[in-house]
Design a protein around this ligand. Structure first.
Ligand SMILES: Nc1ncnc2c1ncn2[C@@H]1O[C@H](COP(=O)(O)OP(=O)(O)OP(=O)(O)O)[C@@H](O)[C@H]1O
Length: 347
């Protein structure tokens, strides 16, 4: 699975998201550092998997990528245009035509009172895409695209199965022909029996429409299978970006290694690395490297200095980035075998 183009669809530059949350006393508010210093691009046609433990900022990153959340500081560019310096009308149009989002639970994401036909027509009506006949035609196309019979158009979302509802949610996200689909835990609310069908549907749509996709999941085995590139997040930071075939053995960040160490079905399995203790609070992240309180390689430097970005050249320059003072350099990767790539070199 490799990207077919290098056209940049979305670019984040030093994006921070800080929420305020009530804590303890009536008037006391804490800052929650949900996303810190995110530098990140998505190229046309590629699938990026986002992994990390609960609360590490995956959904915040997804919302930033689809324009649902405004950065506290930093820049989000859609096709080179600064999204948040556009007028609200232009921004809505840019978001609608560039990205679509599939949420975890289709039961809550879809308007329960509208028939599926209207659920799918809504984004077309709001953005005045074509005339009424063309919108009806697009609804039929969308149902066909996600493998649903046209007869479901007259049903309410509650009258179809969970898997079919998620197909409707995917169709709705694709209504305006976006080039980027963000899927935030798209199968975790579904029965195990239909999860594979939805994943296969996403893979088919990616091929058929040359979609770029951001796939957020706790299920790291699925992320590895679905993605070209894996982004590892820890406590609001992107700590590593690596080609999917390079994890876990080629991952340089100890946290990525630990997360993926128990992944079954690898050509080069590695010993499980247990993660000690809980993730620290996002209201008081540790100084220096955020992972240092759980890292077996941490030393004094990790407590005082946030590691800068290092580059490992696995296949192409820029394919593999990580932030660690003590990266792991041993181990074989599936990529070593597949691409006969050179051993990565760090700068
Ligand atoms: N609207 C909000 N107000 C205050 N804090 C928030 C808000 N949304 C998210 N957070 C906090 O920001 C941090 C990142 O949350 P986020 O939902 O992005 O993490 P996540 O990795 O997607 O978690 P999960 O895997 O559990 O869905 C967490 O500490 C969360 O509690």
């Amino acid at each position: 699975m490799t990207a077919t183009s290098t056209e940049t669809l979305v670019e984040l530059a030093d994006v921070h998201v800080v929420y305020t949350a009530r804590s303890g006393g009536l008037f006391r508010r804490d800052r929650v550092y949900a996303l810190t210093g995110a530098d990140f691009t998505i190229e046309a046609g590629e699938t990026v998997g986002v992994v990390g433990e609960s609360g590490c900022g995956k959904s915040t990153l997804a919302k930033i990528l689809v324009g649902l959340e405004k950065p506290t500081t930093g820049t989000v560019r859609f096709r080179g245009q600064d999204l948040w310096s556009m007028s609200p009308a232009r921004r809505r149009a840019a978001i609608g035509s560039s990205t679509g989002m599939v949420f975890q639970d289709p039961s809550t994401a879809l308007n329960r009172r509208l028939p599926i036909r209207q659920v799918l027509r809504d984004p077309l009506d709001v953005h005045r895409v074509g005339n009424s006949r063309q919108r009806e035609e697009r609804v039929r196309e969308l149902l066909d695209l996600v493998g649903l019979p046209s007869s479901v158009a007259d049903l309410l979302p509650s009258q179809v199965s969970g898997g079919q509802r998620q197909r409707v949610a995917v169709a709705r996200a694709l209504a305006q022909r976006p080039q980027l689909l963000i899927a935030d835990e798209p199968t975790s609310a579904l029965d195990v029996s239909v999860r594979a069908q939805i994943l296969n549907l996403l893979l088919d749509l990616k091929e058929q429409l040359n979609l770029a996709m951001v796939f957020v999941s706790h299920d790291i085995q699925t992320v590895r299978r679905m993605s070209d590139r894996v982004v590892t997040m820890y406590l609001g930071r992107i700590v590593e970006q690596t080609p999917a075939g390079a994890v876990p053995g080629g991952a340089r960040h100890p946290y990525t290694r630990a997360l993926f160490s128990a992944t079954p079905g690898l050509l080069f399995p590695i010993d499980p690395i247990p993660l000690a203790g809980p993730v620290p609070s996002a209201t008081r992240p540790p100084s220096g490297c955020p992972f240092r309180t759980r890292c077996w390689k941490a030393d004094d430097r990790c407590a005082t200095e946030m590691p800068g970005v290092q580059i490992a050249t696995v296949v192409r320059p820029g394919d593999h980035l990580f932030r660690c003072h003590h990266p792991i350099r041993d181990g074989s990767t599936d990529l070593d075998l597949i691409s006969q790539a050179q051993e990565p070199s760090c700068h």
